[in-house]
Design a protein around this ligand. Structure first.
Ligand SMILES: Nc1nc2c(ncn2[C@@H]2O[C@H](COP(=O)(O)OP(=O)(O)O)[C@@H](O)[C@H]2O)c(=O)[nH]1
Ligand SMILES: [Mg+2]
Length: 460
């Protein structure tokens, strides 16, 4: 097994920077380039979880390179379950790269992105859900999200699913034994017991799936696109929400041609706003491109705010924007702006939306009146209630697998009801088993692992 090394802190000007090594030769390699004032203190004989003051030296010239603190963490009590050394150098590009170069010359190899965490996973210290929580901890966008992820890292979050996997294994063995021994297809086990179990499993799985939306918002924040015709006040509303002049506002239609992005916090959740070019009959290539980008942004945002000029009645441009947004089946709400100039939208033109209970707010970006309601509308549409929630972080991959598991459970119930063959039952149980293995990363293929671990930054 190679010994790997990486710079674990961002490279730039900072007080300290950390170079991390992991692998069988981590201590021996560090020893080659490390000295104390009292001579060559032996890192090799130092106990685990100790920290040592000294210098990194160039072993060829004996020249001091940096004053450092070296931490030694011995296997198996380390992040990777291998021997780990962390060298605390001075921050700054030159120091870090010079020390890294010496470590490489002394026999380590540069780590791939996520390789430290991959080793922790391969050595059985964490499962795949915990490895994924590590990536999210690095990128998390809210304090509540961090608390969910720390629960996952502790390993308790998915304990009920782990227990459920074991139960499924037991049933699978039972059904397969039945298959091998009984001549006729008589279910020799209690069908009622199995149905009760499946009902209980489905409930547990549902609570996890139901938590996906909340956990995703807390961990990643929300992206909201502001769309509408030109000159209705999209940029003015954006600036009001941000409480600063971020997007240019003029009375000339088509002022915003590019996507303007900025964010604000609401209730501890980060909301990224995307101000877009307004829809109009495009007069030139810039506007054409702006509208193309706006369509793309509608596709990628989590929630859409459609802005209309409430002082005039809606027209076919507003209508086509509504239709476009509806086609994307995303949460959206309508803001009627310029209320200071009068409320002239006929109820007729909004009737379709009020029937579908699309929230419609009336605001005036010029004075700021009504702007506060916008955060409330976002929250009602995208931030699920805190009630009946588990404190779990659940990501898209995990949710996707759980939805599949739920479907297979329903299929098993259907087979039982129709008294289908045990062979079919057994096949579905094998599928359940496989999905749970995927969920926790048991016997995961190298491809899947690469896909997950390359999302990490180098040094983690
Ligand atoms: N009277 C009035 N004018 C507004 C209001 N909001 C924006 N405007 C004006 O409408 C024009 C277009 O605003 P802007 O935010 O650039 O619209 P956008 O093209 O949709 O981004 C500017 O002259 C703004 O000052 C409002 O609530 N009341
Ligand atoms: Mg604008």
């Amino acid at each position: 097994m190679d010994t790997i090394v990486a710079i674990a802190t961002p490279v730039g000007q900072s007080a300290i920077g950390i170079i991390k090594l992991s692998g069988p030769a981590a201590i021996e390699i560090t020893q080659k380039i490390y000295k104390t004032n009292k001579g060559n203190k032996k890192l090799a004989s130092s106990p685990t979880h100790t920290i040592h003051y000294g210098h990194i030296i160039n072993p060829l010239s004996n020249k001091k390179i940096d004053e450092v603190l070296v931490s030694v963490m011995r296997k198996p009590h380390s992040y990777t379950r291998e021997d780990v050394v962390e060298i605390n150098c001075h921050g700054g590009r030159w120091c870090l790269y010079k020390v890294l170069e010496l470590v490489l010359q002394a026999g380590a190899r540069i780590a791939e992105p996520g390789e430290f965490t991959k080793r922790a996973f391969m050595n059985g210290r964490i499962d795949l859900t915990q490895a994924e929580a590590v990536i999210d901890v690095i990128n998390v966008q809210s304090e509540q999200g961090l608390s969910l992820l720390l629960n996952t890292l502790e390993g308790d979050t998915f304990q009920p699913l782990n227990a459920l996997h074991k139960e499924i294994n037991k049933w699978q063995t039972l059904i397969e034994t039945e298959l091998n021994f009984s001549e006729e297809l008589a279910l020799g086990f209690s069908v009622k017991e199995l149905v009760d179990d499946i009902n209980r499993w489905s409930k547990i799985i549902n609570t996890y799936i139901d938590n996906y939306k909340r956990s995703s918002v807390l961990i990643n924040g929300l992206q909201m696109a502001i769309v509408g015709k030109t000159n209705v006040g999209k940029s003015s509303i954006m600036n009001r929400l941000l409480k600063k002049k971020r997007s240019i506002v003029t009375n000339i239609p088509g002022t915003t041609t590019d996507i303007i992005e900025d964010s604000f916090f609401f209730d501890g959740i980060i909301i990224r706003l995307l101000d877009t070019a307004g829809f109009c009959r495009s007069r030139n290539k810039i506007e054409e491109e702006g509208i193309r980008l706006t369509r793309q942004i509608i596709g990628q945002a989590d929630i859409i705010m459609i802005v209309c000029d409430g002082s005039q009645d809606l027209n076919h441009y507003d209508q086509s924007i509504f239709d476009l947004v509806c086609r994307h089946k995303k949460p959206f709400f309508i803001v009627l702006n310029k209320m200071d100039l009068g409320d002239n939208v006929s109820s007729h033109s909004l009737i379709k939306y009020s029937k579908r209970q699309i929230p419609t707010l009336k605001v005036c970006a010029l004075s700021g009146k009504g702007i506060d309601q916008i955060s409330g509308a976002i929250s009602a549409l995208c931030i699920p209630d805190q009630k009946d929630t588990l404190n779990v972080s659940i990501n898209f991959r995990q949710k996707h697998i759980l939805v599949h598991i739920k479907k297979v459970c329903a299929e098993i119930k259907r087979l039982i009801k129709k008294e289908q063959s045990e062979e079919l039952l057994a096949e579905n149980f094998r599928s359940l088993n496989k999905s749970f293995n995927q969920f926790f990363g048991h016997h995961a293929s190298e491809d899947i692992l690469d896909q997950i671990f390359t999302k990490f930054c180098i040094g983690k």
